[in-house]
Design a protein around this ligand. Structure first.
Ligand SMILES: Nc1ncnc2c1ncn2[C@@H]1O[C@H](COP(=O)(O)OP(=O)(O)OP(=O)(O)O)[C@@H](O)[C@H]1O
Ligand SMILES: [Mg+2]
Length: 278
């Protein structure tokens, strides 16, 4: 499927509902028009690749254009993650385009907010707790052997699940799923998270006219390393008492408590996180 270059779009969609195959796959994604595709305009913020959203059969799908090698890889990782309990977006397959690109299709995570967009909307008093949810997700990912590769505020989605606010993973373009990770691999992944977070927090502050907070924000980003270590140690201690499930899943009581507290703490501010980042 991935070897020969197609001369027309080649669809590898998983259980497509009526209407998905019929999208204008032969047209450049950037030129898709509402007259030919049921587009949904969601302002999710800047991303490296072009991502557009379509509503088909009562469901919204994200369509992302990227090099075919990355699209096929990302789809395969998402399929494997679907067999684990890690909270992440669900794969819908891909479409190979003539040339080197492909369109990756994922099911839109309904009622979710990008962590970056959420931090732009709520007060600084919520930042510590919301960043903690991203760290819990990173710990869970490492626990099942996933080297995320690009943990960031933009690649973390938040969603209310009952009485908890949980973080979900989106964007596994550069991720690798292995049996288990070495300490060095985890350390490297945490370093990427710290660096990405530092950059994003500075960007958000500059956009909000709070450029003076630089040092405090950098300290907060760097502190993520220690916060991650404490979480990982908690998980390791728990694992000694309880054997992990087949997928390596262990969610500590601390994670659950933090997810519940984060929702309670947001209180009325929850309403400011409009679904879909609109
Ligand atoms: N299935 C989905 N459900 C909800 N939101 C999504 C989904 N897919 C993409 N998004 C939104 O679109 C944004 C961009 O998607 P994605 O991160 O996959 O693109 P990217 O170009 O690879 O990003 P990056 O700039 O991090 O490389 C995400 O941060 C998220 O807000
Ligand atoms: Mg991304």
């Amino acid at each position: 499927m991935t070897g020969a270059r197609p001369t027309a779009p080649s669809l590898a969609l998983r259980h497509p509902p009526h209407g998905l195959r019929e999208l204008p796959w032969g047209e450049p994604l950037e030129g898709w028009h509402a007259s030919a595709a049921p587009l949904v305009e969601l302002n999710v913020g800047p991303s490296r690749h072009l991502v557009r959203f379509v509503a088909v059969a009562d469901e919204v799908y994200a369509v992302k254009q990227l090099p075919r090698r990355l699209a096929v890889h990302e789809d395969a990782v998402l399929v494997r993650l679907g067999a684990t309990v890690l909270p992440c977006v669900r794969p819908g397959g891909y479409v190979l385009l003539p040339g080197d690109d492909a369109l990756l299709v994922t099911r839109y995570l309904t009622d979710s907010w990008q962590l970056r967009a959420a931090l732009a909307r709520v007060g600084a008093e919520h930042r510590h707790a919301l960043l903690g949810l991203m760290l819990d997700l990173l710990v869970e990912a490492h626990g099942i052997g996933l080297l995320w590769g690009d943990c960031s505020l933009a690649n973390t989605l938040l969603r209310r699940d009952g009485r908890q606010l949980r973080a979900y993973l989106v964007d596994v373009e550069t991720s690798e799923l292995q049996d288990r990770l070495t300490d060095g691999q985890r350390e490297q992944d945490v370093g990427i998270a710290v660096e990405n977070t530092a950059g994003a927090l500075l960007d958000l502050a500059a956009a909000a006219g709070r450029g003076r907070d630089t040092e405090a924000l950098l300290r907060e980003a760097v502190a993520l390393g220690d916060r991650y270590d404490r979480r990982w140690q908690g998980r390791t201690a728990l694992a000694k008492h309880r054997s992990a499930g087949q997928d390596g899943a262990i969610r500590t009581g601390g994670m659950t408590a933090r997810a519940t507290q984060a929702l309670v703490a947001l209180g009325p501010d929850l309403a400011r996180l409009t679904p879909g980042g609109r």
